[in-house]
Ligand binder design. Structure first.
Ligand code: ATP
Length: 206
């Protein structure tokens, strides 16, 4: 956790093609520890694609990406959590089992399962199969993953979608805490994240 204070995520002249079509080009940013970058733009502009490129899930067509100040033995994506539109839950596993899976997958254990579920007030749902959760409950569970293990860079794709107003405020509070601890957040959004971004990156000319 201590290395995070020297962290800097730098992207230069990034371009991305999907399905043989150029989605964006010449995208750059530099985000240091404690910074929130809001990624904005119209539907289909490439916000999700950018987050997926940064996470190493989609190849960049050109440009450079680097993470300075990370742990030498880890790759850049190993410093990152990617929370996409789909909540990445296994429907037949219980809420607790889903979170346990991610906790052992990510390592660097931080909170226990009950503590993490409690952050988003879903501890009472721990034994329910994920398939039975409402959309907002699924999103809450997906966000709990951020807290079971420590990863300094959070890539959040419309993190407030499906969340009620109180839970959006809770997420903003927890994002603030992560930034105060030296984390970096890139969040694609069409709305208000509940805390002011350090910088705004517009994809596709909005
Ligand atoms: N797997 C894929 N294969 C081909 N094209 C894709 C693929 N995924 C996304 N695209 C295309 O890439 C473009 C950018 O999509 P992306 O999801 O990154 O946009 P976005 O800015 O996040 O949109 P939204 O605001 O609607 O979520 C779209 O035109 C989309 O159709």
């Amino acid at each position: 956790m201590s290395t995070a204070h020297a962290l800097r995520l730098i992207a230069e002249s990034l371009a991305c093609e999907r399905g043989g079509r150029l989605v964006f080009e010449d995208i750059g940013f530099s985000a240091g520890a404690g910074e929130l970058v809001a990624v904005i733009g119209r539907n289909g502009a490439g916000k999700s694609s950018l987050l997926r490129v940064v996470a190493g899930l989609v190849p960049k067509t050109s440009g450079t990406l680097s993470l300075e100040g990370g742990e030498a033995e880890k790759s850049a994506p190993e410093h990152m959590y990617y929370c996409g539109h789909s909540d990445a839950l296994k429907p037949s596993l219980s809420v607790r089992e889903n979170l346990s899976f991610w906790r052992s997958y990510y390592g660097d254990i931080r909170l226990d399962i009950a503590e993490a579920l409690d952050l988003f007030a879903i501890e009472h749902l721990a034994d329910l199969p994920a398939a039975y959760l409402s959309a907002g409950q699924k999103r809450r569970l997906s966000l709990c993953r951020l807290f079971v293990s420590w990863r300094p860079v959070w890539l959040l794709d419309e993190p407030t979608s499906a969340l009620d107003v109180a839970t959006q405020a809770r997420l903003a509070e927890l994002m603030r805490k992560h930034l105060d601890e030296g984390g970096i957040i890139l969040a694609a959004t069409h709305g208000d994240l509940g805390l002011p971004p350090s910088q705004t990156l517009t994809i596709g000319g909005a």
